[in-house]
Design a protein around this ligand. Structure first.
Ligand SMILES: Nc1nc2c(ncn2[C@@H]2O[C@H](COP(=O)(O)OP(=O)(O)OP(=O)(O)O)[C@@H](O)[C@H]2O)c(=O)[nH]1
Ligand SMILES: [Mg+2]
Length: 278
């Protein structure tokens, strides 16, 4: 597997600006991809936010089995974190986020009141890896499309404040990602989930890794059922080759695209790439 690295120029600028803004912010929403909550966590966020209240948003809840919801929530709770599931595409779990932001931010206005100052809107920021659904979430919170949200990593290029209501202001930020992806297994998961740009990886290698992950998680039936090929005892690469032979007259690249697209569009069903106890 070739090394996966992806760090476009706009991210380094965004990271600098984000760190500057954090001092003005009351509440942080950290948006994670529910299929890979561990791999989509930015390792430096907790250092940047300096103990300010943080709410973990597990977005794309529609892409994992419901049986995992409770398990992930307990997993986060055990680590002392508040997590909440959303589907920013369809608007599920959004109203409660408003309420959580309000509660977490109220402290600011209580302190202000003590000093005889008028209340001000609570300032929240949406932070997370590229393409996890930050902008979609903001559009849902506001109830209309104010920021661009699209199926591509690196859509939001600049920080932008949005007034959600009289009491909440929200900062939409570009996706941030570490300069170096230390854990390459996690990097592959990010590639499979489209949370990094496609220029960063080789499709065939990533599709082969997807087969291997599904095997590792005992999801071989998903593959057997959909493609009528048993993944047991063959490598991910061999699997793609067979699929290419069966469906596309030996065209491995087409088989690759098919596999990745099927996973990304949910055609394989709700398939997570991480489990809370792994
Ligand atoms: N199925 C599903 N898709 C979602 C969900 N939330 C967002 N998406 C889709 O994911 C893609 C990325 O959404 P964006 O809102 O652009 O993501 P972002 O985090 O702002 O991305 P950058 O600005 O590139 O960092 C879009 O195609 C959304 O429609 C969700 O909960 N479920
Ligand atoms: Mg965005």
């Amino acid at each position: 597997m070739s090394i996966i690295q992806w760090y476009p120029g706009h991210i380094s600028k965004a990271e600098r600006q984000l760190k500057e803004q954090i001092k003005n912010i009351d509440v942080i929403f950290e948006v994670l991809d529910a299929r890979i909550p561990i791999a989509s966590h930015h390792p430096n966020i907790d250092r940047w936010i300096e103990g300010k209240p943080k709410i973990i948003v597990l977005n794309r809840m529609d892409m994992i089995p419901e049986t995992l919801y409770k398990k992930w929530l307990s997993w986060f709770k055990e680590k002392g974190e508040t997590a909440h599931f959303t589907n920013a595409k369809q608007g599920k779990g959004i109203k409660f986020l408003n309420q959580l932001a309000q509660e977490a931010g109220n402290l600011v206005n209580i302190k202000r009141a003590h000093r005889g100052m008028k209340p001000r809107p609570i300032r929240a920021v949406v932070i997370g890896f590229p393409n996890v659904g930050k902008s979609a979430l903001i559009n849902r919170l506001l109830g209309r499309k104010v920021v661009i949200s699209a199926r591509r990593a690196g859509v939001t290029r600049q920080l932008r404040w949005i007034r959600i209501s009289k009491t909440i202001e929200l900062l939409d930020a570009p996706g941030v990602i570490p300069v170096k992806l230390e854990n390459q297994k996690d990097a592959v998961k990010l590639a499979i989930c489209e949370d990094i740009g496609e220029a960063a990886y080789d499709n065939q290698q990533v599709a082969a890794a997807l087969i291997d992950f599904l095997l590792e998680l005992n999801f071989e039936n998903i593959l057997k059922l959909r493609y009528k090929i048993d993944p047991l005892n063959i490598t991910g690469e061999e699997y793609i080759e067979k699929l290419g032979n069966n469906l596309y007259r030996g065209d491995k690249e087409r088989a690759t695209i098919q596999l990745l697209n099927d996973f990304r569009k949910g055609m394989m069903g709700c398939v997570p790439l991480e489990l809370p106890n792994s």
